[in-house]
Design a protein around this ligand. Sequence first.
Ligand code: SAM
Ligand code: SF4
Length: 350
Amino acid sequence: MDGQIRHNWTIEEVRQIFDLPFMELVFKAASVHRQHHDPAEVQVCKLISIKTGGCPEDCSYCSQSSRYQTEVKASPLMEVDEVLEIATKAKAAGVSRVCMGAAWREVRDNRQFDRVLEMVRQVNEMGLEVCCTLGMLTEEQAKKLDAAGLYAYNHNLDTSAEYYETIITTRTYADRLKTLENVRKTGITVCCGGILGLGERAEDRVSLLHTLATLDPHPESVPVNTLSQVAGTPLQDQPPVPVWETGRVIAAARILMPRSVVRLSTGRAKMSVSDQAMCFMAGANSIFSSDTRRMLTLAPSPDYDADRELFSVLGLKARAPFKDRETSCNVDCEDKAERAGESAPVSSLA
Ligand code: SAM
Ligand code: SF4
């Protein structure tokens, strides 16, 4: 039955879903979406680049790698107060999750990490979900973040295991999976997804979806990014991803991971209202919004005003923080009581 939570998907089953005629796929995804989520609710997240540029990794899409000459200027780790100021504005605009990104290969046990832990503590105390994306983590570091109140850890697989080394050579897919495993040893939820438009084949998209959908448990958040082509990086001339291809991946992710929050992420700024409506219909229920019109660094983002208008036109409302500690699912919910928790109020973006 569509909408069941499964972790034993075969690659052939994933391919069959992925290859469905587009309208059939979106209809199925929209039906699954309604079993597990309020379709009018969309999570609004704010990205903060707490440490920008100068990263030693060679991710061929990234504006922050020190190996490429891009417009990004490296800057040191932000002060806690700066982060709190941005988070306060974000909360007032209806944001429920603050995602703090650092251009690090991995976390080191030093005073900078202590400062990040303090940021996590203080933003969490504001009643916001806090997510970090800091590169690779040990189990001990994950436990420290958990103790500080971290709600989610983002660590994207980006593409298929097969295509990964074409995009990144300074770490392996296994390294990525190991960090996810370390996060799973704590109470922190997992945010893990990919990027479309890296030159991958449809088969790589199927393979990435299969890897994500066979993780047990599924990542609670699944960001679907499309490449933001950054001048100076090896992928600067990649062609844009057609919107129906983004919609196809979102819809497949929704069917395969019915309870996860699927984020329409980098690339949304280039979409019309109707493109975005199609993605919400296909099961996307999370976005990044920003006062700076930027995601982390160069990639454009719609701003709070544009999203207020978007929500008003489409009849959407901002999802409250900590919503997935309760559950709105109607099927397969033996664990409903276990997942139930407090839902904090949030001012609606609409
Ligand atoms: N250094 C950490 C890491 O790599 O996990 C965190 C920061 S990194 C900027 C966070 C994520 O942003 C990456 O995993 C990647 O999926 C996404 N990203 C980075 N550059 C991008 C681009 N040009 N287009 C689309 N997504 C991008
Ligand atoms: Fe560094 Fe992360 Fe960018 Fe890769 S994606 S270069 S690890 S900041």
